[in-house]
Design a protein around this ligand. Structure first.
Ligand code: CA
Ligand code: CA
Ligand code: CA
Length: 179
């Protein structure tokens, strides 16, 4: 963007409201997906991981695109976590997985041999050890951290000086868009 364009954009932003999206402390915001994310710091069963997400005000993550999957896989990489629970589940054990919301997304990222049609494996994991692919695993037998998500709070601000803090996962993440 040229200098003129930048000045014009600055003026336009300054005279408009902005909407800020804010995640609670301990959560990471990603503007591309409009979600807050958090990885639990303890390994537990899928159900316990889900309960932990819910106790934080969220639920297990629903992954809707390759971009989101890559980003989450990057977080696992950063945290040196090999495998983590996601919100994929085979509730009726017919080996057809769905998200907790009941949605079946067009995007899937199962590893080549997965799900391996085992009725004892009804919960999904994101596997950083296997390039971010998905595997089905036994919900109760295995203990992994869990990836949680929740929607950000939406805050109207009248000025353009919303903070952009996206570095440390101990900070509140704030991002702004112009209305
Ligand atoms: Ca099913
Ligand atoms: Ca199954
Ligand atoms: Ca499996």
């Amino acid at each position: 963007m040229g200098r003129k364009g930048y000045i014009l954009l600055s003026i336009v932003i300054a005279i408009n409201y902005v909407i800020c999206y804010e995640c609670p402390i301990g959560w990471s915001y990603n503007a591309a997906f409009l979600k807050c994310y958090r990885v639990t710091n303890t390994s537990a069963s899928w159900t316990s991981g889900r309960e932990r997400c819910q106790s934080f005000g969220g639920d297990l993550v629903e992954i809707g695109s390759e971009e989101e999957n890559d980003w989450l896989d990057g977080i696992l990489e950063y945290l040196a976590i090999k495998k983590a629970w996601i919100g994929l589940v085979d509730v009726d054990s017919n080996d057809e997985f769905e998200w907790l919301s009941g949605r079946i997304s067009n995007y899937t990222n199962w590893a080549p041999s997965q799900p391996d049609l085992d009725n004892n494996e009804d919960c999904g994991i994101l596997n950083n050890f296997s390039s971010g692919s998905w595997h089905d695993a036994s919900c109760a037998y295995w203990q992994f951290p869990a990836i949680c998500e929740q929607l950000p709070r939406k805050i109207n601000r009248r000025h353009s000086k919303c903070q952009r803090l996206t570095v440390d996962n101990n900070l509140i993440k704030i991002d702004c868009i112009r209305v």
